[in-house]
Write a protein that binds this ligand. Structure first.
Ligand SMILES: C[S@@+](CC[C@H](N)C(=O)[O-])C[C@H]1O[C@@H](n2cnc3c(N)ncnc32)[C@H](O)[C@@H]1O
Length: 232
């Protein structure tokens, strides 16, 4: 749903760009395409999807995507840890996409459920890591920066969560860590879905039921704004 209206300004000059809304109500694949069109200053391809899983982002896409996942079950082109990216060439990709697990095994028994396995939520997420997965980000960010061409984009889908009875804010951690790794964080897009998850097993609620996640847009550059020849 387009939420922007074109408002003629300064003597009815036409817009030279297609606006991108900071709130996204459609699918991830469409959001990625819109982000490529809006932010890319170099060709996006080849694209490295560093957490490929079932490749849901690319269904129906003709993009040249190199798939990486630590789990061989998904048959990615590169079976490997995105915190090491062994064998991945430097300065090679126009875009790196990152959709890490947002929580580890949950519940009292801490065993992995099918849902956890399906979405890679099998990574250690306990007391040692303050009940969140932000510790995964710095080594990944270092590798993503290495693999990207200058001015390439890192697009990360990050979901906040409640774990061990406390709100955790990995999107805040990611933004800080991306800046520390030398990226410029350009934008934060809120992606919303229609219905919140509800389970009859949950008898109480202490936090708002999340029905959003964030897409964080980072550029491998010191600045975010596209170099416009008409810039004054
Ligand atoms: C949330 S899923 C990604 C879903 C995917 N974007 C899709 O649309 O199908 C996260 C994936 O990251 C993978 N993963 C977790 N840690 C990883 C690591 N260190 N390196 C590479 N892949 C990792 C998991 O195996 C899992 O398949």
């Amino acid at each position: 749903m387009e939420t922007f209206k074109s408002v003629p300004a300064n003597g009815n000059r036409a817009l030279t760009y297609r606006p991108l809304s900071s709130v996204w109500e459609r699918g991830d694949g469409e959001l990625l395409e819109a982000a490529f069109n809006f932010y890319c200053v170099i060709p996006p391809e080849p694209i490295l999807d560093s957490t490929y899983n079932a490749g849901r982002f690319w269904k129906g896409s003709t993009r040249e995507v190199v798939s990486m996942d630590i789990d061989p079950t998904y048959k990615p082109m590169i079976v490997g840890d995105n915190r090491e990216m062994t064998g991945v060439p430097s300065a090679h990709f126009g875009v790196v996409v990152y959709d890490p697990p947002h929580v580890g095994p949950q519940g009292r028994d801490k065993s992995c459920k099918k849902f956890d396995v399906d979405f890679g939520a099998t990574v250690e997420c306990g007391k040692r890591h303050d009940w969140n997965l932000s510790y995964l980000y710095p080594p990944f960010l270092k590798q993503a920066k290495r693999a990207l061409k200058a001015n390439g984009l890192l697009l990360a889908k990050i979901t906040d969560m409640v774990n061990n009875h406390k709100s955790k804010w990995p999107h805040v951690d990611f933004i800080r860590m991306a800046e520390e790794a030398g990226f410029t964080v350009c934008d934060l897009i809120v992606k919303v879905r229609t219905g919140p998850m509800v389970s009859s097993k949950w008898e109480n609620a202490h936090h708002a039921r999340k029905r959003h996640c964030f897409w964080i847009i980072c550029r491998n550059s010191n600045e975010c704004e596209r170099q416009l020849s008409s810039r004054k």
